[in-house]
Design a protein around this ligand. Structure first.
Ligand code: NZQ
Ligand code: ZN
Length: 394
């Protein structure tokens, strides 16, 4: 195991009805004037926004509202938020929604104290040094942004989807009521489940030896998702299954499963080009990319893939030929994704094979660059993975 620091300062407030106390946590973390940030209307329709407002009013905390965050959140909304916060003297941002709303809130939080253009943090020109505190009320188990130090934003001009990361971006508190996720369409639930599993796989496939604890934590989250996701797809109001998935989503991406080990992250990088260009849901893009990436890199460590197949998908180990086991595991993953309603190839997310050169160019490795923790990929490798993704079948 490698040396590591793990600092996860978020207070997680979990369970039924907990959003009704959000004003208490805003006060606890120093909010005197709050920006309540939300998406395209689900929190208005469900009545959640009214309950948040009531809780803030009960604590005597003034607030301003900024809705309209698009899934795959845009830089334009972030600029609007930064300006509003400065004008109104906002000192805490409360994100009420999913990963998109939370990521937009985080971008505003680092943009307000920064003198330059907030996009500098996403283009790699600057590193965040100060941030307004962010709290969240989570409405979808997916991105894990409620506990992560990451934020992903799309620049509308050119549709560049890019991320930034800093411990400063970890929320001060996250309110997590699994009941709030019961209104999700089945497709969004499945997209979230795919993202959660992908966050674990990005960490699971590693070259670091002797990491039994994090291997087993990863497998626990994956098994939970394999068991619980079909339950909520069948019965959207199953509180216990929703609760297990919600906490799995957080555990998958706080990095508790990834400390002390090299991680990969190429499937995410490649997917961000798909959701950047086609505006598909991040989880849907991952369902297309990740099994294709697995097929392409499997030979790098057949035993690790075979172990995953046995421990997560219950495939029988072929002792004479572990490669068969590994392949069966990848097939089982793709079948699982299909069964919960996810796409498996380009046409199902509106992607086009003729765009592959554009996707590879935007990925940005050029002729000589390489990236990735488990397997270092070149532009040609990315092209091959996208070709597999274009035509994948069950
Ligand atoms: O906008 P509203 O009306 O709220 O609708 C949303 C949106 O259309 C809807 N929704 C959310 N909660 C709902 C609901 N509908 C009914 N009932 C509810 N309870 O679901 C749709 C998707 O929401 P979104 O926030 O986009 O989903 P998700 O949490 O999957 O976030 C995706 C974004 O997070 C980024 C992705 O790239 C993508 O941009 N990621 C962020 C990460 C991070 N910050 O750590 C890591 C991830 O790997 C990921 O890249
Ligand atoms: Zn993700």
């Amino acid at each position: 195991m490698e040396n590591f620091n793990f600092h996860s300062p978020t207070e997680f407030v979990f369970g039924k009805g907990r959003e009704n106390g959000c004003g208490i946590y805003v006060k606890k973390y120093g909010g005197h004037k709050v920006l309540v940030h939300f998406g395209s209307g689900s929190v208005v329709r469900s009545g959640l926004l009214d309950r948040i407002k009531a809780s803030l009013e009960k604590e005597g905390i003034p607030y301003v509202l900024l809705g309209g965050v698009h899934p795959n959140p845009r830089d334009t909304k972030v600029y609007e938020g930064i300006e509003l916060c400065r004008k109104e003297g906002v000192d805490l941002i409360l994100a009420v929604g999913g990963g998109s709303v939370i990521d937009s809130a985080k971008a505003i939080a680092i943009g307000v104290p920064y003198k330059g253009d907030f996009w500098d943090f996403y283009s790699g020109k600057a590193v965040p040094e100060a941030a307004l505190p962010v709290g969240t009320v989570l409405t979808i188990a997916a991105a894990g942004s409620e506990g992560s130090g990451d934020s992903v934003i799309t620049k509308e001009d050119g549709m560049w989807k890019r991320g930034t990361g800093s411990t400063l971006l970890r929320p001060k508190f996250s309110i997590m009521n699994p009941e709030l996720t019961c209104t999700l369409p089945a497709y969004q639930t499945a997209c979230g489940a795919t993202d959660i599993m992908a966050h674990v796989f990005e960490r699971y496939f590693t070259n670091t030896p002797e990491v039994e604890i994090t291997d087993r934590l990863c497998e626990a989250v994956l098994l939970t998702m394999v068991n619980e996701t079909p339950r909520v797809i069948k019965d959207p109001n199953n509180y216990d299954a929703r609760a297990n998935i919600m906490w799995a989503g957080t555990v998958a991406h706080t990095n508790i499963c990834g400390v002390g080990r090299e991680q990969d992250w190429n499937s995410h990088g490649i997917e961000h080009e798909l959701s950047g260009l086609y505006d598909c849901a991040h989880g849907a893009g991952l369902a297309v990319v990740m099994p294709s990436w697995m097929e392409y890199v499997m030979k790098h460590d057949v035993n690790r893939f075979a172990n995953m197949a046995v421990r997560v998908f219950g495939v029988a180990m072929d002792e004479n030929n572990p490669e068969n086991t590994a392949l069966e595991g990848i097939k089982a993953f793709r079948r699982f994704l299909h069964d919960i309603g996810m796409p498996i190839n380009f046409s199902e997310i509106g992607a086009k094979e003729e765009d592959i050169p554009v996707l590879v160019e935007k990925f940005g490795l050029g002729e000589t660059g390489r990236t990735g923790g488990f397997v270092q990929l070149s532009s040609d490798d990315v092209k091959e993975i996208l070709k597999i993704a274009a035509h994948a079948t069950l």
